[in-house]
Design a binder for this molecule. Structure first.
Ligand code: SF4
Ligand code: FES
Length: 374
């Protein structure tokens, strides 16, 4: 921890490394930005290795290897080995589509510590429709079984929305059947593609309330067998979540082309200046970049946050959500019942429509098969 004028700078603990924005799936709630980084702009493995060394020196303990689909990188084994060499605990966040079992074995040999696979639903047809990819459900299940067979810990991630919220118990059963040690049930967060698809994804209040009771029941039922983590849906809450544990406080994100973001959606806020690992050391960026400093600490807060007893608990909520809903990234998150813009959240939650998803652009199966030749 260092003090920098009016801002206390903590060590970041987690690094989200977005290795690529390429992905075979097209999930309508994808957290990637609507404008995706191009393949020829992606950092190479040597640069990622340097970023991992710098991250470890800065205090980072865990690297989450994410995308897009990280399996679309031909040099993924090299990147995982670099994380191990840097002394970082590595978590591969994969769609489960685009990685062969042979590559998974090589990743395990290279020192991969943990795998997280997302499932879209407990029913194959619905899961494939949400993913925008025929056969995704079967491939995810097959890869999940292989993760467990290799002795790697497996987390199943479930993004909950109107199309699957009624089947949370079935999805937990699926995670148990695969041998997962943890399941993360996260309601869709409305940034990026989810913001575009908000009306199609938004669950009803009665569904959300029933789901919350179910999660508690499932925790009791499966205690000791599987850990169930749950992220509550913002739009029906009274207080906002402490998004990313506070801006520029404990985690950072590096995009495929090397821009350093305080959170994965930070580029949705216009006017922020992001520095790039191609030009500067990670420690310099973390300490001094305009984007990391923009909402660090509490001095930037307006009322009602500035004098609120919860300001060191939720850090005023989510800057990206404040910007998306009010046009002002420094505003109190409208999810908060004390926000002068709180009425917006109720209005938007009521705006539901059974319209087709606007799927994000995908990469073709042929390109994916070519990528996974490691
Ligand atoms: Fe959190 Fe600000 Fe609301 Fe207080 S007023 S609960 S600090 S968002
Ligand atoms: Fe950016 Fe919450 S997603 S601060």
């Amino acid at each position: 921890m260092a003090s920098d004028g009016d801002q206390t700078v903590y060590k970041p603990l987690g690094l989200l490394a977005e290795l690529t924005h390429r992905c075979p799936l097209g999930c309508p709630y994808c957290s990637n930005p609507p404008a995706l980084d191009r393949r020829d702009d992606e950092l190479d493995a040597v640069t990622w290795a340097r970023v991992f060394r710098e991250a470890a020196a800065l205090g980072v303990l865990q690297v989450h290897l994410s995308g897009g689909e990280p399996g679309a990188r031909r040099d993924l084994v090299e990147i995982v080995a670099a994380a191990r060499t840097a002394g970082l605990y590595s978590n591969l966040i994969t769609s489960g589509v685009g990685l062969t079992t042979a590559t998974l074995g090589k990743l395990a040999d290279a020192g991969l510590d943990h795998v997280q696979i997302s499932i879209q639903d407990s029913i194959a047809a619905s899961a494939d429709k949400i993913a925008g990819y025929d056969g995704a459900f079967a491939r995810k299940n097959a890869l999940g079984r292989e993760v467990v067979r290799l002795g790697l810990p497996l987390t199943i991630n479930v993004v909950v929305h109107r199309a699957n919220i009624e089947r949370i118990p079935d999805m937990v059963d699926r995670a148990l059947a695969l041998g997962a040690t943890r399941v993360e049930i996260a309601h869709a967060q409305y940034y990026g593609w989810a913001l575009k698809n908000r009306a199609a994804l938004m669950p009803r209040r009665d569904q959300v309330e029933r789901a919350a009771v179910q999660v508690e029941d499932l925790r009791r039922l499966h205690q000791g067998r599987i850990v169930i983590d749950a992220v509550v849906p913002d739009y029906y809450a009274r207080f906002p979540k402490p998004c990313v544990g506070g801006w520029g406080r404990r985690s950072l994100n590096v995009t495929p082309s090397g821009r350093v973001l305080p959170c994965h959606a930070a580029e949705s806020i216009t006017g922020l200046e992001f520095w790039n690992v191609r030009d500067r050391a990670l420690a310099d960026i973390w300490m001094n970049s305009p984007a990391c400093r923009a909402f660090r600490g509490t001095d930037w807060m307006p009322e009602p946050c500035a004098s609120c007893s919860r300001r060191d608990i939720d850090f005023g909520g989510c800057r990206c959500q404040a910007f998306a809903l009010t046009g002002n990234a420094a505003a109190t998150d409208p999810v908060c019942q004390f926000s002068p813009a709180h009425h917006l959240v109720a209005d938007l939650a009521a705006d539901q429509a059974d319209v087709p998803y606007d799927y994000r652009r995908q990469i073709t199966r042929a390109a994916l098969a070519k990528a996974d030749t490691a």
